[in-house]
Design a protein around this ligand. Structure first.
Ligand code: FES
Ligand code: FES
Length: 157
């Protein structure tokens, strides 16, 4: 079975996986990083979004072996101790979550957008989040949160 090594939230992690092991599965089941959620079998919900070398990726669409050697950031890697990442703060302040199931993926996607577009319009946010589904239908506040979080980030992650 192949061995993979990747930097996850700043720490080098190695594991033995099957060729078919998904990155989402490796993060959750091998590394115990269960903040990355799996909400579908069809690559549609976006609950599993993480950053791979700085870009948002649905980790259920990527094999662990494809991420060998990559830098991965998951939702667990955002806060600095008790200090939340500005995008996490914005979701809290703008009530951008209800049950929270979609939130890790939403936040990871939103940070990628903010890195590309520091002051995104409502239209841009809605278009960007097309691949992130919220079953609580909290989109209105999510959009407000993403816009505020992007401004708070000031153009940097
Ligand atoms: S679990 Fe990856 S898109 Fe739904
Ligand atoms: S807050 Fe419940 S799925 Fe989005």
């Amino acid at each position: 079975m192949p061995t993979v090594t990747m930097t996850v939230n700043g720490t080098q992690r190695t594991g033995t996986v099957e060729g078919r092991t998904l990155l989402a599965e490796f993060l959750r089941e091998h590394l115990g990083l269960t903040g990355t959620h799996v909400g579908c079998d069809t690559s549609q919900c976006g609950a599993c979004v993480v950053h791979v070398d700085g870009s948002s990726v649905k980790s259920c669409t990527c094999l662990a072996v494809q991420a060998d050697g990559a830098e991965i950031t998951t939702i667990e890697g955002l806060a600095n101790g008790a200090d939340l990442h500005p995008m996490q703060e914005a979701f809290r302040d703008h009530h951008g979550l209800q049950c929270g199931f979609c939130t890790p993926g939403m936040v990871m996607s939103a940070i990628d957008l903010a890195n590309r577009s520091p002051d995104p319009s409502e239209h841009e946010v809605r278009e960007w989040l097309e691949g992130n589904l919220c079953r609580c239908t909290g989109y209105h506040n999510i959009v407000k949160a993403v816009q505020a979080g992007a401004r708070a980030m000031g153009g940097g992650s």
